[in-house]
Design a protein around this ligand. Structure first.
Ligand code: PH2
Ligand code: MG
Ligand code: MG
Length: 464
């Protein structure tokens, strides 16, 4: 695949829609839009008695050779209803090849790099968001500093929406813990929650009145007037909810669909994408046992974000408004990403539960079992925070205490085999911390490994 940068411009009709049409049409033609700049409002250059433009730059990957890419761009311009009358005059859509790999070449209908790009701030400003250098190694910053163009070039928004992010109409489909907390929090911060929908009608009305939004009658009704549609149903319903929201007629070309699943990829919202919608996901790295804690803990969380190119800048802006810490994530890493959260959160819970069960088995009251296990877990967490995992590690593994380890395993094998299996598996994983601490000699580490594997020791990963 070859990398190219394309300049988009429009100053006729629904300008944002035209730019979005370009993005969608390129993707339909298997040109991968990797990143998109913000959308800029720009004064017309060259032929000045025309309306202001919206301009943006895309970074794309393509198999197409330059002339084939040019032909595709022109076909898309034509489909957008472009008429070629005045040179440099008004146009519904202009797609220019700015850069193609490091190519410097000129043919009858195509010169790369674009011959006038250095004189155009409406090209250089958005390009500077996505690239550092031109093929001749001059930096874009340098080109900007030397650019003679003094016309106005201002950020107007993103490909998701223009103007103030708080005025973008939002809809929520699914009003569980996260959906209702998110809708409530955004509303409190001055965002515009237009509609909410929940299959449970009472729940829908209740949340709608709590966040000052319309209680929609269906997914499609909720999406109707919204620019950004949050699909905050259970994971298993995201695909069907998205299909229903984008199914009935309705113009999807100016909508963006956002889900908040920790494990699902964006493919789950493909129904909306096929109709032209942009997609994003934002996922709070946090655990929400109920609505109250969700509302309390959501703001300020770390949010992982995936998104199609046009939606990324918007998702980033949204998380920043939530006082969250955005961490960009590749869509294909979603399942692995989620497994880390399960290990850190859910598996910790399960291990503490197993410990409490052992305590109860030897005569502790329920309350006594919890009171024994929780302070231990809490101190462990704060030690990890202070010292790091390896330094915070204590116990038989950390000491290289073979006889205690053996006694633990023997006792568990006899009474609670599932816990014995978990003890072995987690300890084998934790040997890397023992090695990192460097306090136990190699022979003892190998002997512990053999005990944990219940057989003769092979080599320990990371051991000298
Ligand atoms: N395109 C032109 C001529 N002038 N001015 C602005 N601001 N933006 C454009 O995209 C543009 C222009 C010819 O392609
Ligand atoms: Mg042009
Ligand atoms: Mg052109």
């Amino acid at each position: 695949l070859r990398q190219a940068f394309l300049g988009l411009g429009s100053n006729v009709g629904d300008r944002l829609r035209n730019l979005r049409f370009a993005v969608h049409s390129l993707e339909e033609a298997s040109v991968v839009v990797e990143t998109a700049s913000h959308v800029y409002l720009t004064e017309p250059l060259g032929y000045t008695s025309q309306d202001p433009f919206l301009n943006a730059v895309l970074e794309v990957s393509t198999e197409l050779a330059p002339l084939d890419l040019l032909e595709l761009c022109q076909r898309i311009e034509d489909r957008a209803g472009r008429e070629r009358t005045v040179r440099w005059g008004p146009r519904t859509l202009d797609i220019d090849i700015l850069l193609y790999e490091d190519t410097e070449a000129s043919a009858k209908y195509l010169t790369i790099p674009h011959p006038r790009m250095l004189e155009r701030r409406f090209v250089l400003e958005p390009l500077s968001e996505l690239a550092d250098e031109l093929p001749d190694r001059t930096t874009i910053d340098r080109a900007l500093a030397e650019c003679p163009d003094t016309s106005s070039v201002e950020v107007a928004g993103t490909l998701v929406a223009l103007g103030d992010i708080r005025e973008v109409p939002l809809a929520f489909i699914g009003t569980g813990k996260v959906g209702s907390a998110m809708a409530g929090d955004l509303r409190e911060r001055g965002f515009t929650v237009d509609a909410v929908y929940d299959a449970d009608g009472d729940r829908c009305t209740e949340v709608a009145s709590a966040v000052g939004a319309r209680a929609a009658k269906s997914e499609a009704d909720a999406a109707g007037a919204a620019t950004v549609v949050f699909v905050t149903t259970q994971d298993s319903h995201i695909r069907s909810a998205c299909e229903r929201a984008s199914g009935t007629g309705g113009d999807m070309l100016l909508k963006t669909f956002v889900h908040m699943s920790g494990s699902l990829s964006l493919e789950s919202m493909d129904a909306a994408r096929r109709k032209g919608a942009l997609l994003a996901s934002i996922h709070p790295v946090q655990t929400f046992a109920d609505s109250v804690s969700a509302a309390r803990d959501l703001p300020g969380s770390t949010f992982s974000m995936t998104g199609s190119a046009g939606a990324r800048a918007f998702a980033m802006g949204l998380v920043e408004e939530l006082a969250g810490r955005p961490v960009p994530l590749a869509d294909e890493d979603k399942a692995l990403y989620h497994s880390a959260a399960v290990i850190a959160g859910n598996l910790t819970n399960m291990l503490i539960g197993a410990a409490a069960e052992i305590y109860r088995g030897i005569g502790f009251e329920e309350r006594q079992a919890v009171e024994a296990a929780l302070p231990l877990a809490r101190t462990t967490l704060s030690n990890i925070e202070k010292l790091g995992a390896a330094e915070a590690l204590t116990g038989p593994l950390a000491r290289g205490d073979l006889s205690t380890l053996e006694a633990n395993l023997e006792a568990l094998d006899a009474t609670f085999p599932e816990a014995a299996a978990a003890y072995r598996a987690v300890s084998l994983l934790g040997l890397r911390l023992v090695i990192e601490r460097g306090a136990v000699d190699d022979a003892t580490i190998l002997a512990m490994k053999a005990l944990l594997e219940g057989g003769a020791g092979a080599e320990v990963e990371g051991a000298p």
